[in-house]
Design a protein around this ligand. Structure first.
Ligand code: PNS
Length: 169
């Protein structure tokens, strides 16, 4: 049985992520979507919330499971018996950072291969960072994130703005 891990911050999950997951689910017997900490990023949603959003949007794909993991990706792969790490590539910038992570992961666990899936052209400019920026300005997120979570992202972003007092002036 071929098991792939699709890791990421998913803060929040976007239509680009879902596309890569659906395509990976056709290539592998099981796809484990692993919500992780990225020490370089500030999160809008907690890890548990990110897992809940992922499960909601992926519930119709039978061979996809969602988990959170706070350790090293390569340890997670070892624990789950995964053969492959799948990542999506949108651009040259993605290529540089993803190649670096692939080399690090390969050094930590040579048993696991990293495979890249080319992003669909309609998703080249979608990222969780852009989604959060647009939400911050109240832009409707239909077409950026799955319909089922549009309101969650808008409401969370609005709550964050209120908490930081930006609407007091
Ligand atoms: O969606 P992201 O933020 O680009 O995903 C990056 C992520 C979470 C996959 C990466 O930061 C990661 O693997 N974090 C887990 C810790 C780890 O294993 N670090 C070493 C590999 S660089």
């Amino acid at each position: 049985m071929r098991i792939a891990v699709y890791p990421g911050s998913f803060d929040p999950v976007t239509l680009g992520h879902v596309s890569v997951i659906r395509r990976a689910a056709r290539l592998f017997d099981r796809v484990l979507v692993c919500a992780m900490r990225n020490s370089e990023k500030n999160n809008l949603f907690s890890l548990d919330e990110r897992v809940e959003l992922l499960r909601r949007v992926l519930k119709d794909i039978p061979n996809v499971e969602v988990e959170a993991y706070t350790g090293l990706l390569t340890d997670y792969c070892r624990e789950r018996g995964a053969d492959v790490i799948v990542k999506g590539l949108r651009s040259g910038a993605d290529f540089s950072s993803e190649m670096q992570m692939a080399w690090i992961n390969r050094t930590l666990n040579p048993e696991v291969e990293t495979m890249f899936l080319a992003a669909e052209k309609e998703h080249l400019n979608i990222s969780s960072t852009v989604v959060k920026e647009l939400a911050n300005y109240g832009v409707n997120l239909i077409g950026w994130v799955p319909d089922e979570i549009v309101n969650d992202v808008m409401e969370k972003s609005e709550r964050g703005r209120k908490r930081h007092g930006e609407w007091d002036h």
